[in-house]
Design a protein around this ligand. Structure first.
Ligand SMILES: *Cc1c(COP(=O)(O)O)cnc(C)c1O
Length: 478
């Protein structure tokens, strides 16, 4: 892009912006299972109004913008009450689950720097189902990851395995409520007991479930305790831009008490300029997301959310009952919320996904990892309600079509070579050669992704990572 010499009229701007969207996933149709949590036109209207109203206010300084301080405190108070943290729990508003998780990991790291100065190379124990955001946090904050496998049947972490993995340098344990991938809730009470016995920090990642699970419980679902009511839980993350249907840029990070949260806060007084005190990662930030989150929570209200939860629960029950009836498909686990993972032992799931996408659906591919096969993920949200029968019908047809498709030539020919490919010494040129072979050259992505996913699926994780980084590094050039 070049700056126009003179500013463009508004209609030209919006025409261009509209055109940019033409290849985006059509989320308004209700056939996209992820990415956008759409509360419907009425609530969207309120959200956008509130967002616009506070677009220009700056969260950099809550002494200057006291409105934002008030909004953040009210949202955190809601979080404390919703997650049963009592009078002592505190928290902050963040831009998303990743930021909430980075902050909780930083708080834990800095807490133990003070408490246990002898630990100089701290470790975090992560079940293979813990969200990628923890790896990002560990990477940014220089923590070593000790990965533990999950049960191949339930996809929950085994507390005994966690217990066995703890070393003198371990500072943090993680459980999910529920896990993103299979939608199952880790045994939080058992992890809490371990945390209490060992004085370790337990973070419960309730980005998905923190908001919704209490409603599922009220609807009679057997939801185990996963929040601050469980002794030993130090911090939690709860996204508002998922099942609370707030616009993106909205999450809460919560702590059992102020003494833990203290280590999240960053202050800088050693430079020539204004004093910095930041609760979260960002400094200058729009007040829009916070105001919109406050507006949406109040607009939908408790009974409104209960009703949305009821509809989603029914939809999930229909979908999870229907999938195993389709020839060739099976659920990976019985989901405890609204996140569904299924696979096939006989049909290439990446072909099923391409077929479904060509019919206007968006369902998410997940590569195989450790003891979990490649699979298809659905995050069921309000706008998907009503599409269950059509989804199952198309899934059945697409699975049958995919069953007749051969494995791609590339996957077949590369299979023997890829399984233990070591790219640790590979140059950018080597990687580009590989990408070219997989049809990934230059800009953009092909319509059908089965071949690429198939190749990635064969590669060991370090090689996958190297290829993805190289690909994106090339994609984002002008
Ligand atoms: C979405 C999600 C995250 C990360 O949140 P972002 O808002 O995408 O940064 C973390 N944990 C779980 C369980 C999630 O579902």
């Amino acid at each position: 892009m070049k700056l126009p010499e003179k500013g463009l009229p508004e209609d030209k701007i919006f025409e261009a912006l509209q055109d940019f969207r033409k290849n985006d996933v059509k989320w308004k149709d209700g056939r996209v299972f992820g990415y956008v949590f759409d509360p419907g036109a009425e609530v969207q209207h309120t959200a956008k109004q509130a967002y616009n109203e506070f677009l220009s206010e700056n969260g950099l300084d809550f002494t200057v913008f006291q409105s934002l301080q008030r909004l953040e405190k009210e949202l955190a108070a809601f979080g404390a009450q919703h997650l049963r943290g009592g009078d002592q729990a505190v928290g902050n508003f963040t831009s998303g689950g990743t930021e909430s998780i980075i902050l909780a990991v930083k708080a834990a790291r800095d807490y133990y720097r003070e408490e246990w100065p002898g630990v100089t190379a701290p470790e975090i124990i992560l079940p293979t189902t813990a969200h990628a955001a923890f790896y990002k946090a560990a990477h940014y904050l220089n923590l070593k990851v000790l990965q533990v496998p999950v049960d191949p049947q339930t996809y929950q972490v085994d507390p005994e395995t966690v217990w066995q993995t703890i070393t003198d340098d371990t500072i943090m344990l993680v459980g999910s409520a529920p896990t993103y991938s299979q939608g199952v809730i880790d045994p939080i009470e058992d992890l809490g007991k371990i945390a209490l016995k060992t004085d370790l920090w337990l973070h419960v990642d309730a980005c998905m479930g923190g908001f919704l699970l209490p409603y599922f419980k009220r609807l009679g679902e057997p939801v185990p305790d996963f929040d601050f009511s469980v002794p030993g839980v130090s911090s939690m993350s709860m996204d508002l831009h998922k099942y609370a249907y707030c616009p993106k840029g909205a999450s809460l990070v919560m702590y059992r008490d102020k003494s833990l949260r203290k280590h999240q806060i960053f202050a800088c007084a050693e430079w020539i300029g204004y004093t910095i005190i930041n609760n979260a990662v960002q400094s200058s930030k729009s007040g829009g997301p916070m105001a919109a989150a406050w507006a949406v929570l109040n607009r939908i209200g408790d009974l409104g959310y209960l009703e949305i939860a009821r509809k989603k629960l029914e939809a999930v029950k229909k979908i999870t009952a229907g999938i195993p009836k389709i020839k060739g498909l099976r659920l990976l686990a019985q989901p405890q919320m609204t996140l569904i993972a299924f696979t096939s032992d006989s049909v290439n799931v990446f072909h099923i996904i391409d077929e479904m996408n060509s019919r206007g659906w968006y369902i998410q591919p997940a590569l195989s990892y450790d003891n979990c096969p490649a699979h298809i993920h659905l995050s069921v949200s309000a706008s998907n309600v009503g599409w269950e029968d059509k989804l199952l019908e198309d899934l059945e047809e697409c699975t049958a079509i995919a069953a007749g498709m051969p494995e791609g030539e590339l996957v077949t020919s590369l299979r023997p070579m890829l399984q233990d490919l070591d790219l640790s010494q590979a140059t950018d040129e080597d990687i580009n050669g590989l990408l070219a072979m997989a049809g990934l050259e230059g800009q953009g992505l092909p319509d059908r992704m089965a071949e690429i996913n198939g190749v990635l699926n064969l590669l060991p994780a370090p090689a996958r990572k190297k290829i993805l980084v190289s690909f994106v590094n090339d994609l984002f050039v002008q």
